[in-house]
Design a protein around this ligand. Structure first.
Ligand SMILES: Cc1cc2nc3c(=O)[nH]c(=O)nc-3n(C[C@H](O)[C@H](O)[C@H](O)COP(=O)(O)OP(=O)(O)OC[C@H]3O[C@@H](n4cnc5c(N)ncnc54)[C@H](O)[C@@H]3O)c2cc1C
Length: 377
């Protein structure tokens, strides 16, 4: 039975992470925060205890990300390293892969990026062409990826490719761990209009030679592995968006309580107060759906979690875009100054609307899967 009221343990985790976030704040040093969060066990709360993790789930990891975001210091790589890569390896990796990666992903001493998006595939991941072919016992991986976050700071990237099924000749997805400095693995930074420590990269894989143990788990489990990583990614993107929305809203509320240009502070005008109240309600509602998605995922209901994770990501992204927009507006001219630090969130807030799956693709999913409407594509 799920509970809508957070447990004492979860509240304590929330408070402890919020305190860490407050110490680091908006002008944080990413590496220092990552290291401190790792030492406190927050980066691997979702990973199995047997491999140095906290033994919790995405519920706990989403609390960590939301609270850091609410303090102005979100760690984007939490979406990727422990949530996608850690989950996939914990659920499908070989014993050797678990031993090599899970303890270091959990304490944050190593990080893993995740690359699925391709220039010619985009939202249509069925169209990806990065291909792995066998060369003796090794694999040779060739293709291109785009917008992959944090490749420079990650020790390896979990790359989604395809191999040819020996029986049917069809291409099927498979996941490879590609070390950052593997020969033939080139990255070039994309000039994004985003004020974030984590950068995005275009990747070229030119016959990257990988040993058999670079293939995660088993060649036939690729699709399952991919789906195992995608729900945590959506739930964590929701946490990222809710955290950012809370941060922006808190700055606007502080400002609206103080700033006085007539008789009362501007927050007394309903034209300022009501949109802030609406933004708060929308963020709270999005969090409720995120908690449902995390609960279902942690309970092992991948199908139920799929619908909820999509809806949570959608709701959180929309709530965040509105919260940031209203926060900037509340500050008047100061909303656009560097000093108040909200203007850069206007662009940052759009990320969760586009990635990892766009607003329209979620509406498509709900139209087809939930409502049973026909497809146009
Ligand atoms: C900051 C940032 C970080 C990222 N990090 C990563 C990462 O770490 N790893 C990774 O693999 N990827 C990453 N991405 C990529 C991200 O997942 C993609 O940008 C996203 O999936 C959309 O793909 P696209 O950009 O090719 O857009 P497109 O697929 O070209 O879509 C363009 C527009 O068309 C719409 N559209 C497309 N198809 C349909 C349809 N059938 N019906 C209605 N509308 C449609 C979309 O909703 C969108 O608005 C990141 C992106 C950003 C912006």
């Amino acid at each position: 039975m799920t509970t809508l009221i957070e447990s004492e343990e979860h509240k304590a985790l929330r408070d402890a992470v919020a305190a860490l976030g407050k110490r680091h704040g908006r002008n944080h040093n990413r590496e220092q925060l990552w290291s401190d969060a790792g030492k406190l066990g927050y980066l691997g709360v979702n990973l199995p205890e047997a491999y140095g993790g906290g033994g919790g789930g995405i519920t706990e990891l989403s609390i960590v990300l939301e609270e850091l975001g609410a303090a102005g210091c979100p760690l984007l790589m939490l979406v990727v390293s422990p949530a996608i890569c850690g989950t996939v390896i914990a659920r499908f990796g070989t014993d050797a892969q678990k031993q090599e990666w899970l303890p270091v992903l959990a304490d944050g001493t190593r990080t893993m990026a995740f690359g699925i998006t391709e220039p010619d595939a985009g939202s249509n991941s069925h169209r990806i062409t990065t291909t792995a072919r066998r060369d003796g016992a090794d694999w040779l991986l060739t293709g291109r990826k785009v917008f992959v976050s944090g490749v420079d700071i990650a020790d390896a990237t979990l790359v989604v490719g395809r191999t040819e099924d020996a029986r049917t000749g069809n291409l099927k997805p498979c996941l490879f761990i590609v070390p950052r400095d593997a020969p033939g693995f080139q990255r070039s930074r994309i000039d994004m209009e985003l004020n974030a420590a984590e950068k995005q990269f275009e990747l070229v894989l030119d016959d990257v030679r990988l040993p058999p143990q670079a293939l995660v788990g088993d060649e036939d489990a690729g699709l399952l592995q991919l789906f195992a990583g995608l729900n945590p990614e959506r739930i964590m993107t929701a946490a990222f968006a809710i955290g950012m929305g809370r941060y922006a809203l808190a700055r606007a509320i502080e400002y609206a309580r103080e700033r006085t240009v007539w008789k009362a502070p501007i927050g007394a005008h309903q034209a300022i107060a009501h949109p802030l109240a609406q933004a708060h309600i929308d963020l709270e509602l999005a969090r409720l759906m995120m908690q449902k998605a995390a609960y279902l995922y942690d309970a092992g209901d991948d199908v139920g979690a799929g619908e909820a994770a999509n809806m949570a990501k959608y709701a959180a992204a929309e709530a965040n875009v509105k919260a940031v927009d209203q926060a900037v507006h509340t500050l008047g001219g100061n909303g656009l100054t560097r000093e108040f630090g909200l203007a850069s969130l206007v662009t940052a807030a759009r990320v969760a609307r586009i990635a990892p799956v766009s607003r329209e693709m979620i509406l498509n999913y709900v139209s087809h899967q939930t409502l049973g409407l026909p497809k146009s594509y």
